[in-house]
Design a protein around this ligand. Structure first.
Ligand code: BES
Ligand code: MN
Ligand code: MN
Length: 457
């Protein structure tokens, strides 16, 4: 390990802990001050690392933290993107320790320690690697490219104000490539580059039956029960081959060639380990596709939450007036989120019986993304990872979404390189989220190599 990193190891952990202690939950307005505090703290760390023109930029929502380091107009410019906001910690009772009081513990996958905290991997721990790699390069006089940082605070709620920010800041954000660590690796110790992200359409549905809650004895069997109806409607969104039934849903889905599918199938995957890790007797999904394909190159539809009626202790005999569900659809190239939301709405209303009323409210969405493997930035990342792991980096398509990536492409006309260091088992968005210390320091060591190779492109 580089001497500077070795000498500052403890501080690199302590400083990340400071950031992790701030509960910057963007989804919940009661954490507003903490989200703002996380932005300030990020700006401080960026300044301390050596960045110039550091600014906490106001937006109609949470601020964007910006900073840069200019060396020469002869060198390429890299824009580093990350997010300082985190998902809610709920259900808190399932955490082994306080989600906002980071602790280091060993796990079978991280025998040399992992940091347990909300945001440890997604994305505070990962964008912090970039700050510390940058600090290391500045301190050792080894910065190979011009660098800009843009760390936002609304990624976990759909980055709705980034559109506004990016459009207003074209000049300031001008760059040759975007570098992001907000994805994962395919397996421990296997360096990976994410070559695709899924898009997203997210809707909330409301089913209304009778105008008030009813006694389920006096009315049961004689009126439509909105919860029964909603369950049935949801069941009808997939057929028995696990295809989504919305007419037109698959119209624009990009199909991969046999060669592309074979290439992706090279990434290591064990179905037995997969089932074991999730304690599942069997898996489930669309016919004729592998697990790795089902959750990346194929679209999906999932109920994220469903509620209505009585859910308290004991039994209450009631037919609720309303039932609700939140439904997400993960999209692949070239599905358009707005179009899919429209198709969903039309179909969902069409399958509703006359005995209920339906309301569909769209939430945030995002476009899918594909990264070409012949891009100079991709090449620099492969070389950096392969050097640092002494193993060739593999391309993987991911099922997750980072809506801003498609916006960088359409607005700034630049590609994003997705060089993530998390593992699927790191439990992002779940209780006991963690990030391996080895992954953290491997990231800090690998990032400078990316700049070195990208400067020579
Ligand atoms: N970092 C994740 C996305 C991710 C994780 C992509 C792992 C690939 C591998 C990001 O913070 C996230 O959670 N995105 C949301 C989208 C958003 C609109 C709320 C998602 O994918 O659900
Ligand atoms: Mn993230
Ligand atoms: Mn996330």
């Amino acid at each position: 390990m580089n001497k500077y990193i070795q000498d500052n190891k403890k501080r690199f952990i302590d400083e990340l802990f400071q950031l992790l202690r701030i509960p910057s939950v963007s989804a919940d307005p009661s954490f507003k001050n903490d989200v703002l505090k996380a932005a300030q703290q990020t700006a401080e760390f960026l300044k301390d690392a050596g960045a110039n023109s550091v600014e906490v930029c106001e937006t109609p929502g949470y601020p964007v933290v910006y900073g840069d380091y200019f060396i020469s107009s002869d060198l390429p410019t890299v824009l580093v993107y990350g997010h300082y906001d985190v998902q809610p910690a709920d259900p808190i009772e399932l955490w082994s320790s306080d989600p906002f009081d980071p602790q280091i513990r060993n796990t079978p996958i991280h025998p040399n320690g992992a940091i347990f905290a909300r945001g440890a991997c997604d994305d505070k721990g990962q964008f912090f690697m970039h700050l510390k790699a940058f600090e290391t390069m500045v301190a050792t006089n080894n910065v190979a490219c011009n660098i800009k940082f843009m760390i936002e605070g609304e990624e976990e709620v759909g980055s709705q104000n980034l559109d506004w920010f990016v459009k207003k800041n074209h000049e300031r954000l001008k760059c040759d490539v975007v570098l992001i660590s907000d994805t994962g690796m395919v397996a421990p110790g296997v360096p990976s580059l994410t070559t695709g992200l899924r898009g997203l359409s997210y809707v909330e549905v409301e089913v209304t039956g009778p105008n008030r809650d009813l006694h389920s004895g006096l009315y049961g069997g004689a009126v439509a029960n909105p919860i029964n109806v909603l369950s049935n409607m949801i069941a009808r969104l997939h057929d028995d081959k696990k295809k989504i039934t919305i007419p037109g849903f698959y119209n624009n889905v990009a199909t991969l060639s046999a060669q592309e599918r074979a290439e992706l199938a090279q990434a290591p995957f064990s179905l037995e380990d997969y089932k074991k890790a999730l304690d599942l007797a069997d898996i489930d999904g669309e016919e004729d596709y592998s697990t790795a394909e089902r959750n990346s190159i194929r679209p999906s539809l999932d109920v994220n939450g469903i509620w209505g009626g009585y859910t308290g202790d004991g039994a209450k005999t009631v037919i609720a007036s309303k039932a609700y569900a939140k439904i997400s659809m993960r999209l692949v190239p070239h599905q358009d989120p707005d179009e899919i939301t429209e198709l969903f709405t039309k179909y969902f209303k069409s399958i509703a019986p006359d005995s209920v009323k339906i309301k569909v409210t769209p939430h945030h969405g995002g476009q899918p993304y594909v990264c070409p493997t012949d891009h100079p930035g991709y090449d620099a990342a492969v070389r950096a990872l392969s050097d640092s792991y002494d193993k060739k980096a593999v391309p993987v398509r991911s099922g997750g979404s980072i809506p801003i990536v498609a916006l960088f492409e359409s607005e700034l006309k630049v590609k994003s390189i997705l060089m993530g260091f998390g593992l699927d088992s790191d439990a992002i968005h779940s209780p006991d989220e963690h990030f391996g210390l080895e992954n953290y320091f491997k990231g800090i060591e690998t990032i400078p190599l990316f700049y070195k190779y990208f400067a020579k492109k």
